[in-house]
Design a protein around this ligand. Structure first.
Ligand SMILES: O=C[C@H](O)COP(=O)(O)O
Length: 255
């Protein structure tokens, strides 16, 4: 059975003090309210990770993620953060390939393949994002499916079946991120099913069935339940609604 995951992506929000308050609230609420089979992850800004890492250290069901990592292991890369630095503050996950990194930092499928390899070599689990822009979706559903599957082929399909087992993918239609416009539950499920079919064609059904596919894009307490009901939807990658502990935990409870 694959893992259910709700991961918050705080993006570039919250001061350190605000972040510590939010993280404490999430840890406490998750202990009391989160279903035991759901992994809760907070993707914090890099400067929060040490403090938040300490707050989640003893939490059974909460972990932290970095929002990016360098493809290099160490060295003269000003402003970058390495996988060993991320590991050293207790993070287990790293979000890679977010559309904002692809768009504003020109991250290509090839660079992302290198980042995936660097993360995996350090035993850091990628949450690998994919998703199409509005103009792609408007060319038709099949065009969108192919675009997303091509992203996965280019950045992930060099991996072994063993590594792909239990992998985490986040489908985030760019047109639904921070816009208030959510993909319908049906649109999300159809894309997730295409992604799983694509993985099965390369790695076999057993591996495909082990991959957790999260939905991201204006997911909130009012729509999470319907979206998570999709047979191939295994949770969410949550932006705006992860900045309020009550909303975030209500999403965690939406399976
Ligand atoms: O990483 C999270 C996604 O970009 C979704 O963001 P959003 O929930 O604010 O639309």
């Amino acid at each position: 059975m694959r893992n259910k995951i709700v991961a918050g992506n705080w993006k570039m929000n919250k001061t350190l003090e605000e972040g510590k308050i939010l993280a404490s609230e999430v840890v406490n609420m998750a202990a009391d309210e989160a279903p035991s089979d759901v992994t809760v992850i907070m993707g914090t800004p890099a400067i929060h990770m040490d403090a938040v890492g300490k707050l989640v250290k003893d939490a059974a069901n909460v972990a932290i993620a970095a929002q990016d990592c360098s493809a290099h292991e160490a060295g003269a890369y000003t402003g970058e953060i390495s996988v060993s630095q991320i590991k050293s503050v207790g993070a287990k996950y790293v979000i890679l390939g977010h559309s904002e990194r692809r768009e504003y930092h020109n991250e290509s499928n090839e660079l992302l393949a290198a980042k995936v390899d660097t993360a995996l070599a350090a035993d850091l689990k990628p949450i690998f994002c994919c998703g199409e822009a509005l103009e792609t979706r408007e060319q038709g559903d099949d065009v969108a499916y192919k675009f997303v599957c091509d992203q996965l082929t280019a950045s992930l399909f060099h991996l072994s079946a063993e590594v792909m087992t239990n992998f985490i993918i986040a489908y985030e239609p760019i047109w639904a991120i921070g816009t208030g416009k959510t993909a319908s539950a049906e649109q999300a499920q159809l894309m997730h099913a295409e992604i799983r079919k694509h993985i099965a064609a390369k790695y076999g059904q057993e591996v495909a069935d082990s991959v957790s596919i999260l939905y991201g894009g204006s997911c909130k307490p009012s729509n999470a339940n319907e979206i998570f009901a999709g047979a191939d939807v295994d949770g969410g990658l949550i932006g705006g609604a992860s900045l309020a502990s009550r909303d975030f935990i209500d999403i965690v409870k939406s399976f």
